[in-house]
Design a protein around this ligand. Structure first.
Ligand code: NAD
Length: 301
């Protein structure tokens, strides 16, 4: 049994912590939202009064937070941050699963190393359903030995565990993936809206494209048209998945990376504009597949 401290029990962190408890680990948890902590307790986790109590004395500390400033604010002392690294013992392993900017991941990783604490950036792919089923993909940056040490823990939450390279490499790979996902989702919504406008049934069109060269993950596993698939956000009012505002954040990170690399990303830039426009119309809290609403003909009966 490993003593795990888990901070951030949102759409993703909640089910991830629950899977660790189900596997028999001691999982002490903290979130700013009391109702998220209550759900985790019901799933077998132990509540802590604050983040420091959650990670004190643990072997492995995991964070699953919205963005880089949250992760720096949690682990570092800078700008009134919580300096949670100071609560860990030498040799403890920090696994940050948040999707954040590369610079923040490296900053926290270097600070951890300076205190004799191991750190990997380990963003995930697979969505809320993957988090609940324990089938996430982990994309890890950091030292190989730390990746190997984390594997038995990650295996309770995910199926595919990849070592992308040195510190920060997990975030780089994750940004490339999410930029491609955004492009795919916008393209899928566009194709479905066109076919439906011309009189096709969205389920029939999805089946045809799913067996043709237009097939992709957004179409086949996360269909954006309401009612085409069960158990996806589109069929529950776009609630409870990967929020549009988080996709906007990830696309912003990808643009920063492109600028740093002097790499042309015209499709990514277009996708960023589309998701930004969608978020600015009050849709930021809905799942990102709701981008379909930008394309859907609202004048149709
Ligand atoms: P979320 O907003 O549902 O959860 C974030 C949680 O962090 C919230 O419960 C919030 O209260 C908590 N929190 C924030 N600051 C905190 C602090 N200082 N101490 C304790 N708790 C704190 O977000 P999410 O959908 O779970 O996403 C989390 C991360 O995972 C993001 O970086 C996101 O980009 C990434 N991600 C999400 C998905 C998805 O499908 N939702 C998929 C892959 C990756």
């Amino acid at each position: 049994m490993t003593r795990i401290g888990f901070i951030g029990l949102g759409n993703m962190g909640g089910p991830m912590a629950a899977n660790l408890a189900k596997a028999g680990h001691s999982v002490r948890v903290f979130d700013l939202m009391p109702e998220s902590v209550e759900k985790a307790i019901a799933a077998g986790c132990i509540a802590a009064d604050d983040a420091r109590e959650a990670v004190s004395g643990c072997d492995v500390a995991i964070s699953m937070l919205p963005a880089g400033e949250y992760v720096r604010g949690l682990w570092l002392a800078e700008g009134g941050g919580q300096d949670l690294l100071g609560a860990l013992s030498v040799g403890a392993l920090v696994i940050d699963c948040s999707t954040i900017d590369v610079a923040s991941a490296r900053q926290v990783g270097v600070a951890a190393k300076g205190r004799g604490i191991r750190f990997i950036d380990a963003p995930v792919s697979g969505g809320v359903a993957g988090a609940a089923a324990g089938t996430l993909t982990f994309i890890v940056g950091g030292e190989s030995t730390d990746f190997e040490a984390a594997k038995p823990i990650l295996a309770h939450m995910g199926q595919n565990l990849f070592h992308a390279g040195a510190l920060g490499a997990g975030q780089i790979a994750k940004m490339c993936n999410n930029m491609l996902l955004a492009i795919q989702m916008a393209g899928t919504a566009e194709a479905l809206a066109l076919g439906v406008k011309e009189g096709l049934d969205p389920s029939v069109l999805s089946t045809i494209m799913g067996k043709s060269s237009g097939n992709n993950w957004s179409l086949e596993r996360y269909n954006p048209w309401p009612g085409v698939m069960e158990n996806v956000p589109a069929s529950r009012g776009y609630q409870g998945g990967f929020m549009t505002r988080l996709m906007v954040k990830d696309l912003g990170l990808a643009m920063g990376l492109a600028e740093h690399a002097h790499s042309a990303v015209p499709m990514g830039a277009l996708a960023r504009n589309l998701f930004n426009l969608h978020a600015s119309q009050g849709q930021g809290a809905k799942d990102f597949s709701s981008i379909l609403e930008l394309y859907r003909d609202k004048t149709a009966p």
